[in-house]
Design a binder for this molecule. Structure first.
Ligand code: GUN
Ligand code: ZN
Length: 433
């Protein structure tokens, strides 16, 4: 039985990569738009006045004259167990991990704690308009079970995995090559493709895995068609030097993963700041993606991601908040920092490209572009309603905006969770401000 419902507001979404078709052809904008949803699926999007006469006249319609509807945002790299340590002071990556991160992650041996944090984490994502995320758990199998159970209750499209790490970390946070393989496999068999959930094989980063563990991670990835691989790559200069010492037989950082068959169309590498040309090339060749995490890269002082290099080599890129190294759950605020990272390299980040990275580009990085990332008919009904009058400053500034590009740019500069009026996942309201 059809359950049609419509939302009337301004609507903008990307339909292609601006790099391939040019900015003007990469998006659709309807100043007075209508989004028609049938249960959990988008039925139509277009001009309200064109669509309305074609639809049942008693169809339930919500009107948001101050709203701007966009697809739900996609966060391609975040750590749910780091929710409560966001904003930890004063350190760069390796000291930051030992001082703050590892003790915090130790708490996730307790499933009750894990479930409590998972619920608060999901609330935070949804109040920021993020409907899909690629998420790190901890080394504890129960951390991933708690997370997936919380997602399942709200029918969210989420990807998560148990951290694999067997060295250079405290004893209370290490597994073994065999136990990490076995537990990851059990989690895949229980959770991967259950409803809207997916599994990511998650070696933390090269320094915390032995060769044996990385080799088994690659073997496991090869056993499935569509399981993800999620790790960190080339984030911090001290980390890169350490990887060289630990893996003297690798050509570069990425090659450590490559030698273990960990590059694939469903492999996502967070950061990728200090890469050489052959690493970009290899990421492209294998269809791997990079998660660009500007708030984290600035906050832990890692460096400036070279978006133009990734584009030159045609590497898929999505946006990541990297909470708790990142400082905000908001993809709008993450785009604000991304703009500045690009500015510091004497380039510009166009707001349409930003919208793309946060939605359809992220979906492509995760190979989910046939399900999420825009509002075309047949897509899952994951969307947000932005409020043009969310704050006094947004109200006055947006009143002067001359184009949808300018309005988007203002939302990305001034907006945060306050700008999110409502978030929908599979047609259901999962956040209302
Ligand atoms: N590299 C290895 N582990 C981590 C982590 O938890 N956060 C970040 N930002 N980088 C890492
Ligand atoms: Zn991270």
């Amino acid at each position: 039985m059809s359950q049609l419902k419509a939302w009337r507001a301004a609507i903008v979404h990307c339909i292609a990569d601006p790099k391939e078709v040019g900015t003007e052809n990469a998006y659709e904008y309807f100043a007075d738009g209508l989004l028609v949803v049938d249960g959990d699926t988008i039925r139509a999007v277009g001009d309200a006045e064109t669509l309305l006469p074609t639809l049942p006249h008693d169809m339930l319609t919500e009107h948001h004259p101050d709203g701007l509807i966009t697809p739900g945002f996609i966060d391609t790299h975040i750590h749910y167990p780091q929710t409560d340590m966001i904003g930890s002071y004063g350190e760069q990556l390796l000291t930051w991990l030992n001082t703050y991160t590892f003790p915090e992650e130790g708490k996730f041996a307790d499933k009750t704690h894990a479930r409590d944090v998972a619920e608060r984490f999901l609330k935070e994502l949804l109040r920021n308009g993020t409907t899909t995320a690629l998420v790190f758990g901890t080394v504890h199998k129960v951390s991933v079970e708690a997370f997936f159970e919380a997602c399942e209750e709200q029918n969210l499209r989420m990807i998560c995995g148990k951290v694999m790490m067997d060295r250079n970390a405290p004893d209370y946070l290490t597994d073994t090559p065999e136990s990490s393989y076995q537990e990851s496999k059990e989690l895949i068999d229980t959770w991967h493709n259950k409803g809207r959930l997916h599994y990511a094989i998650t070696p933390r980063f090269a320094p915390t895995s032995s060769d044996e563990q990385l080799q088994l991670a690659g073997q496991l990835l090869g056993e499935y068609d569509d399981v993800y691989m999620h790790t960190h790559l080339s984030e911090n200069v001290d980390e890169c030097a350490w990887v060289q010492d630990l893996f003297p037989n690798s050509k570069n950082y990425l090659d450590v993963y490559d030698q273990n068959q960990l590059l694939s169309e469903r492999s996502v590498f967070a950061h990728g700041i200090h890469l050489c040309d052959s690493e970009y090339h290899r990421l492209h060749e294998t269809g791997s993606a990079i998660a660009f995490c500007p708030t984290s890269n600035l906050f832990i002082g890692s460096g400036l991601f070279k978006l133009s290099k990734a584009e030159e080599y045609n590497v898929n890129v999505g946006m990541g908040t990297d909470v708790g190294g990142g400082t905000s759950f908001s993809i709008l605020q993450t785009l604000n920092e991304a703009y500045k990272v690009v500015q510091l390299q004497n380039e510009n980040l166009n707001p349409i490209k930003s919208l793309y990275l946060a939605t359809l580009g992220g979906a492509k990085a995760l190979r989910l572009e046939n399900k999420i990332g825009n509002l075309v008919a047949g897509s899952e009904a994951d969307f947000v309603i932005l409020d043009k009058k969310a704050t006094p400053l947004l109200t006055s500034r947006l009143a002067l905006a001359q184009s949808i590009e300018e309005s988007l740019f203002v939302f990305m500069t001034l907006g945060d969770d306050r700008a999110i009026q409502a978030t929908y996942s599979a047609g259901q309201c999962v956040h209302l401000r």
